[in-house]
Write a protein that binds this ligand. Structure first.
Ligand SMILES: *Cc1c(COP(=O)(O)O)cnc(C)c1O
Length: 338
């Protein structure tokens, strides 16, 4: 039995999801004629109490479209140094938007309002024009850490006072909502745009949704075309998304419970020096001084447990829909004996 903790992107559609996909009504979405995509966009916007939404092939694309829409060339983006938009999107902020980035050093991926305030450039010709703040919830490199919503509201206040857009990279927002007992509508009220992934913890094969105001999404739809992201009969994929929104959110509690159990076993083992606090479905641990992360990954691989070294001394495991109770028990057993 191989147990794959490399990412929550490795999930395969369940029979229920496949059935929804196979029976989807489809049309050409570039003509606006795919009823299932239109439905997914409508449902997503309504969930967040926002006006409009746009189905895209990836979370990288939804983030990059948002940044492109909110900036002009030469502008500056504020985000945490660990942010996906900066670390893992191929330099897209520079490539697509010709914008620069001001990095902040937050607490496990979470920045605060006072840091944001200090990072805004003054109205001075020497300086880049600060135009957008990007937050990530949950934070991937922060080990699935969740924002305190009160802090988000304070950041929003700073953005409003300084006429900055506020974008949320919510690739794993569902995990945060479930862990903190929050609602999508709270988020819809404070963010100008929200990117959510269907392909991560919700178990879809493909897809992300960008949500925002009507005019913003209209502009975003044009940029999606320019980026080559206009898909045709992609209602098959949108059907998986609708199914996931209806069936796969509540169960995330179970992933979080499993992550905590595995994290506990790791922290009691000889392989870890410290485990980051586990708030959702991600486990990140620092390896013991004498062992490199790559060695730990290799050792686990020999027992058919797959995970990643995300730094020379850091290993990441992600729990997801395809990780069963039995796999969790087996993993804990193996870690105990390592
Ligand atoms: C996975 C991820 C994305 C989007 O990645 P894609 O692979 O392009 O869908 C964006 N932000 C975060 C934090 C992620 O983990």
């Amino acid at each position: 039995m191989t147990i794959d903790f490399r990412s929550d992107t490795v999930t395969k559609p369940t029979p229920g999801m496949l059935k929804a996909m196979m029976t989807a009504k489809i049309g050409d979405d570039v003509f606006g004629e795919d009823p299932t995509i239109n439905e997914l966009e409508k449902v997503s916007a309504e969930m967040f109490g926002m006006e409009s939404a746009l189905f895209c092939p990836s979370g990288t694309m939804t983030n990059q479209i948002a940044i492109k829409c909110h900036t002009q060339p030469g502008d500056e983006v504020i985000c945490d140094e660990s942010a996906h938009v900066y670390q893992y999107e191929g330099g897209g902020i520079a490539f697509n938007s010709s914008a620069s980035v001001k990095l902040l050093y937050g607490d496990r991926g979470r920045i605060n309002a006072s840091q944001v305030k200090t990072a805004i450039n003054p109205d001075d010709n020497h300086k880049a024009h600060t135009s957008i703040v990007c937050l990530e919830n949950t934070s991937n490199r922060g080990g699935g850490s969740c924002y305190d919503f009160e802090e988000i509201k304070k950041i929003k206040q700073v953005c409003t006072e300084n006429k900055l857009s506020l974008h949320l990279d919510g690739a794993r927002l569902w995990n945060a909502l479930v862990a903190k007992n929050e609602s999508p509508k709270q988020y819809g009220q404070v963010f100008d745009s929200i990117s959510i992934c269907l392909s991560k913890s919700l178990g879809c094969p493909v897809g992300s949704v960008l949500i925002g105001k009507k005019e913003f999404i209209k502009k975003g739809r044009r940029i999606r075309k320019v980026f080559g992201g206009g898909m045709r009969q992609a209602g098959f994929l949108a059907a998986a998304g609708i199914y996931a929104l209806q069936n796969n959110i509540e169960r995330l509690k179970c992933d979080h419970e499993h992550a905590k159990q595995i994290g506990k076993a790791i922290s009691n083992s000889s392989i870890a020096k410290a485990v980051l606090p586990i708030e959702t479905n991600i486990i990140i641990f620092e390896t013991a001084e004498t062992t490199a992360a790559s060695q730990v990954v290799e050792k686990l691989k020999q027992q058919e447990i797959y995970c990643y070294a995300i730094a020379p001394d850091r290993v990441r495991l992600v729990v997801h829909l395809d990780i069963t109770e039995e796999m969790v028990d087996k993993t804990i057993e193996i870690i105990k004996n390592i």
